[in-house]
Design a protein around this ligand. Structure first.
Ligand code: FAD
Length: 470
């Protein structure tokens, strides 16, 4: 009997859980070969990235090496970015892997092809800048560890600069003068037609100005973590007032924050953020981003030392070039079996797939959905290997939780057992929120190791600074 080759592209929230379970199930045998492909060498659960950006999570303790996981769970790992697909030959094409600056001459690995019998695409999503001028160039997205780390370094640099300016009277005076001049610019020319803006009104510049575009879960959670970071930095000796000197503004085009969540959750979170002195600007969109400021469509100009873009997602561009049916966001259109509508040998799931959710629209791009689909695919692939008809996927919404870091957590739980939807807040919501990550760790390592990991991280946290400072 020939070996059945299963190739899973993307070792994220969904893909890594899938290959781990497939490896445990078939990896020791000779009939099925499982290969994971990822452009990175290590995995981090994406919902942790805002904590990495705020410096409250050290990536070193939460990143997982694909090579090690492959060894422990009996699958192969191939590093490289998928750049093409030949459906007739049943191969995928991987880009060459370039060497880093200190790794010698030439590519580490050349461009390669990889054959498959069953292909599963789980390459997630990327930030959607919606074509807003300057957004891609002058904002930081939170799609990868590198971006989150870059944000953290820029945050530290902005704080150090602000402190230095405050300690150097000449610089401080100059900065104040510039701000005063900005504020004095008349918003209308004397002889201009009524309402014609010469220069849009500028918001007052604080010492550190952080602007977050998009008040979905990522933007909201990041804003609370940043307030916490400012307070921790103060306790480590930074001579800035965490509330008065560090301004955090969220811009959201919808009339309310967290528009995908129930109004009660959105209202409770907005109240908590206001208490944390986070400025919320709803019903206004970003018209342009420049290196140090953001202009909104209503004409406001917000000073911005760092701008984070968390306003929407789109699937990676490569998906539009594979010859498979995609929607307007480039997500692969799949059947309820999670097979591509174009090719039954190709499955897609997680953020990169568009799967109908009857009566609600489409399965949302969430870690919860990727987790459920990974569990479903273990059964679907088993049925496929046995030549049986495939089951169909049903998404179950267990609710949503939003973490405001150490300050609180808010959300709603859903399910038949609690008779619909239940609003939760505070410690219980926080415990539920952290249990989502624990479930992911348990899916990758088993319950015992997850428990050990949790205890180890707790102990480790008591021996390191509360914010990553270097
Ligand atoms: C800051 C942040 C906070 C979030 N918070 C929450 C939350 O609280 N709750 C929640 O449910 N969801 C949350 N999400 C959304 C959640 O992270 C995603 O829905 C989930 O990660 C999707 O899983 P996935 O497996 O589809 O893709 P991902 O987890 O994004 O994994 C995709 C993988 O594919 C790899 N890859 C990409 N392109 C290629 C290529 N061409 N070739 C090879 N490999 C490739 C990537 O390296 C990555 O490893 C958050 C997202 C962010 C960014």
């Amino acid at each position: 009997m020939s070996v059945h080759r299963i190739v899973v592209v993307g070792g994220g929230a969904g893909g890594l859980e899938l290959v781990t379970r497939l490896g445990d199930k078939y990896g020791r045998g000779k009939d099925v070969q499982i290969t994971l492909v990822d452009r990175s060498l290590s995995h981090i659960w994406k919902p942790l990235l805002h904590e990495v950006a705020a410096g409250v999570m050290d990536t070193a303790t939460h990143q997982l090496s694909y090579v090690a996981q492959a060894n422990w769970h009996h699958f192969e790992f191939a590093t490289g970015e998928m750049i093409g697909l030949d459906r007739a030959a049943k191969t995928i094409r991987l880009a060459a892997v370039p060497a880093a600056a200190d790794e010698g001459e030439g590519d580490l690995l050349p461009e390669r092809t990889l054959p498959y019998d069953t292909l599963v695409l789980a390459i997630g999503s990327t930030t959607n800048f919606f074509g807003v001028p300057g957004a891609q160039e002058h904002t930081i997205a939170l799609d990868t560890v590198e971006q989150a780390e870059r944000f953290r370094r820029r945050l530290m640099a902005a704080c150090v600069r602000a402190q230095n300016a405050a300690e150097t009277p000449l610089q401080a005076t100059l900065a104040d003068t510039v701000d005063a001049a900005d504020a004095a610019v008349p918003s209308e020319a004397p002889d201009a037609p009524a309402g014609a803006l010469l220069s849009p009104p500028k918001a007052q510049r604080h010492k550190v100005n952080l602007v977050i575009v998009g008040a979905g879960a990522t933007g909201v959670e990041l804003s609370a973590e940043l307030r916490n970071t400012a307070e921790v930095l103060r306790s480590y000796g930074l001579k800035l007032d965490p509330r008065k000197d560090v301004r955090i503004t969220i811009i959201e085009s919808s009339p309310r924050i967290l528009k995908a969540l129930p109004e009660r959750v959105s209202g409770a979170v907005a109240g908590l953020l206001t208490k944390l002195d986070v400025d919320i600007l709803c019903g206004d969109s970003v018209a342009e981003v420049r290196p140090n400021e953001v202009t909104t469509t209503s004409g406001k100009v917000l000073p911005a030392d760092i701008t984070v873009w968390s306003a929407g997602i789109t699937a990676p561009p490569v998906l539009g070039k594979l010859g498979l049916a995609v929607n307007r966001l480039n997500q692969i259109e799949v059947l309820p079996t999670l097979q591509s509508k174009t090719d039954p040998d190709i499955f897609a799931f997680g953020d990169c797939a568009s799967c109908e959710w009857p009566e609600h629209g489409f399965v949302p791009p969430r870690a919860q959905a990727a987790h459920q689909q990974a569990s479903f695919l273990v059964k679907a692939i088993d049925a496929r290997l046995k030549g049986q008809s495939l089951p169909t996927f049903t998404y179950r919404d267990f609710g949503s939780l939003v973490s405001l870091g150490k300050f609180s957590a808010v959300g709603n739980l859903m399910g038949g057992l609690i008779g619909g939807s239940m609003f939760i807040e505070g410690l219980f919501a926080r415990v539920m929120y952290t249990s989502l990550y624990r479930m992911h760790v348990a899916a990758l390592h088993g319950v015992w190791r997850m428990m050990l990991d949790t205890v180890a991280n707790r102990l480790r946290r008591s021996t390191v600074p509360r914010v990553k400072l270097h």
